[in-house]
Ligand binder design. Structure first.
Ligand code: HEC
Ligand code: HEC
Length: 201
């Protein structure tokens, strides 16, 4: 784990529980596919969400997926829809689901996004992403890296919600307060531009 000096107790508890929970799936992604049937109603076919405020899971890093399920299960990450679902998952389920959704292809921006009629927002988003050094943690092309989410191709309104949640301290994330520090100085305009740009990658 990274430094946890400022992590709330609930996160520390989640991390302690996760020390034994997080790991590679023993049977690869195959077990996860069957278990993921109960996720389709909200997260969509093949992990690509067609529902407002529900994130796509396809092609998220395995580690990011496992951590978020552990956070929901422990209550460190609050959500009425996810907490009861994660509460039913054992450690093996968490690993299988992580492996499965990580193995899926990401949403094809050209097929799921509305045509872009705001080139100035794309440019502003690109600049804000460079200024915020988002790629240093989220990886090349924002495709995600370890515990840092894929943000390329995520639903626009969900990116906005997530950034507001970090900014307001509603969502704290694991280990260090990385995203809280990143989100705090962002204005509503920055957030709108970032979401517009990233969701269309
Ligand atoms: C009743 C609807 C519903 C069902 C069923 C559901 N989810 Fe979710 N899930 C959500 C919502 C809503 C969020 C966004 C929570 C938020 O805004 O913080 C979410 C968030 C997540 C996240 C965090 C992703 C991110 O990008 O932050 C993961 C991982 C996840 N769900 C996994 C699952 C898995 C695995 C299943 C099936 C075992 C599942 N969910 C079933 C509604 C659902
Ligand atoms: C210091 C590393 C770091 C930097 C820099 C960073 N992020 Fe993050 N980001 C993370 C981590 C780690 C997570 C997962 C946190 C958690 O567990 O909630 C995350 C999560 C997110 C999420 C939530 C994704 C989801 O599906 O739930 C969004 C959106 C996001 N970051 C956007 C950005 C943007 C936009 C920037 C640049 C302005 C940025 N991040 C810069 C590390 C970083």
């Amino acid at each position: 784990m990274m430094s946890m000096n400022h992590a709330p107790l609930s996160i520390l508890a989640a991390c302690a529980a996760a020390a034994t929970a997080i790991g590679p799936a023993t049977a690869g992604a195959d077990n996860g596919k069957a278990k993921a049937e109960m996720c389709v109603a909200c997260h969509g076919e093949n992990g690509i969400s067609a529902t407002e405020n529900v994130p796509s899971l396809a092609s998220q890093p395995d580690l990011f997926l496992q951590w978020q399920l552990i956070f929901f299960r422990s209550g460190a990450r609050k959500n009425e829809a996810m907490e009861p679902i994660a509460g039913q998952l054992n450690n093996e389920d968490v690993r299988d689901l992580g492996a499965y959704f990580a193995s899926l292809k990401p949403a094809d921006a050209s097929s799921v996004k509305a045509p872009d009629d705001h080139p100035e927002l794309v440019k502003a988003g690109q600049q804000a992403a460079a200024a915020g050094r988002c790629a240093s943690c989220h990886g090349d092309n924002y495709a995600g890296n370890k515990a840092a989410a894929r943000i390329a191709g995520q639903r626009e309104e969900y990116i906005i919600k997530a950034l507001h949640d970090y900014k307001a301290g509603v969502r704290s994330g694991g280990g260090v307060a990385a995203m809280a520090e990143v989100a705090y100085p962002l204005s509503d305009d920055d957030i709108a531009a970032l979401a517009h740009y990233l969701s269309r990658l």
